[in-house]
Design a protein around this ligand. Structure first.
Ligand code: MG
Length: 203
């Protein structure tokens, strides 16, 4: 399986990063070794001093597809969950400054914590999902899928022009504004429509 991540999919996050608001989806990938499941602890890596949380709604692909049309894209996922796209912001800034790929800042082991999933039929309108990250009980990021620049279906259509989607692939659909650092000892909790979907500790 592969992990596809959408960058700059919320305008307010693009602005806080002083990035342009994109006119088509921006995507990158993380390897399967980035996954961190079942509430396992995340170990703060020694190669960064500025590790940022990015809470994101995650969709799980359940059919193989290539060149998927947007109008049919909803048939390619049934479950939705929540994850974190951990980012070594200091390394990312160095890569960006040199015009180099971001992989080491985004794709390192454990950089994709993943919570539980729920059938999308239980979430109602997929453009009306609210999600939130709390760190040590304090709200850090609140997002609403109505603010997505590119919808789940648009993202699937776009990415599948370039990359075949396979069963079990995950798409992290982008983070809203409010990204910031975590430190050792932090407890992260992710909520989808008010329900706890993701919880782990930084060690
Ligand atoms: Mg992200």
């Amino acid at each position: 399986m592969k992990i596809i991540c959408i960058g700059r999919n919320y305008a307010e996050h693009a602005k806080e990063m002083k990035s342009e608001v994109p006119t088509e989806p921006v995507f990158f990938m993380k390897p399967d070794t980035a996954l961190l499941k079942d509430g396992e602890a995340f170990y703060y890596p020694d190669f960064t001093k500025d590790l940022h949380h990015e809470i994101e709604v995650v969709i799980k692909i359940n059919r193989v597809g290539k060149h998927i049309e947007e109008q049919f894209a909803h048939k390619y996922y049934e479950e939705i969950g929540l994850g974190i796209d951990f980012t070594a912001r200091d390394l990312q800034a160095q890569c960006k400054a040199k015009g180099l790929p971001w992989e080491k800042a985004k794709g390192f082991d454990g950089s994709a914590p993943l919570g539980r999933f729920v059938s999308k039929s239980q979430l109602g309108d997929l453009n009306g999902i609210a999600f939130e990250l709390k760190v040590n009980g304090q709200s850090r990021q609140v997002g609403h899928t109505k603010d997505l620049l590119f919808s789940f279906d648009r993202v699937i259509a776009y990415v599948s022009k370039f990359v075949t989607l396979k069963v079990g692939d995950l798409i992290y659909t982008g983070t809203p504004e409010g990204v910031g650092p975590v430190v050792i000892g932090d407890r992260l909790q992710g909520y989808l429509n008010g329900d706890l979907f993701l919880e782990f500790e930084v060690k």
